[in-house]
Design a binder for this molecule. Sequence first.
Ligand code: SF4
Length: 331
Amino acid sequence: MIGAGSVEMLLRVKNLKKYFPITGGIIPRVISNLKAVDGVDLHIQRGETLGIVGESGCGKTTLGRVILGLIDRTDGEVIFKNVNLTQCSAKEYRQMRRHMQIIFQDPFASLHPRLTVSRLIEEPMKIHGIGTAKERKARVEDLINIVGLSSDHLPKYPHEFSGGQQQRIGIARALALNPDLVICDEPVSALDVSIRSQILNLLADLQEKYDLTYMFISHDLAVVRHVCDTVGVMYLGQLVEVASVDELYASPLHPYTEALFSAIPRTDPTLKRERIVLSGEVPSPVDIPAGCRFQSRCRYRMDVCKEHEPNLIDRGREHYIRCHLHDQTAT
Ligand code: SF4
């Protein structure tokens, strides 16, 4: 979809759902579903960084893994580089999948403890049958330098490195197959504060150098503001607001986003903002209420919110919101 003056849409996700069945009874049968991801639509342009934010358990990590195919989807479509991954052949899927990689939250847990750094980085190329042994060796040496380590590190094992170095190795491995899209799942939240900025700067440099597209999953709103172009706010398996980072941080519209962002410290002490403390229970994803999912915690709740689930509507300027307060067509 590249046209004159237009940008390529790298990823489209349509009505994506992931339900985890819950079984019970003497003769085990599915008695309910945990709706981790429940009808997500999103798109990412090439070169863009889309942030996905929300509290623990909102489904953001599951969303990333379902897009990558690490977890089977329940329903919906994932269209990557104009190929519908949910309809293509196994062979085509395998070819496409190598262009989507992931950086995990816990770098040590994501690296096989008995493999040397050299083998860890080479492994994806071997699995996909890329290059000769000599070419792969050269590529591994390139990659370790690209992420700010050196060839001396290649014969070592993951436990011999600091958390920041382990994450650099994880990034080198993610880059081994020349991906277009990298899903960064809380890539700095397990690291010391002092080295988070180094890893974030490395990711920014790599994006510019290799024209990478990121989906950046995080609960850290300050980090998301720093690295993302567009942000989607997730609540109980759904996106409730999506907008450019500037627009969202300047004027969050959804009551949930408003409360989340009210906790961000302001750099200008003359600018006052009311701190909104969310009260009320978060509904179980196994027993989601009718109407708006946020109603139990919303200070603006109306009668319509209890009966009708709001749709994600476009407020203009690519600002989408799921709330009856902002939907003129609400009944
Ligand atoms: Fe609050 Fe109603 Fe909007 Fe839900 S739809 S966020 S309950 S005002």
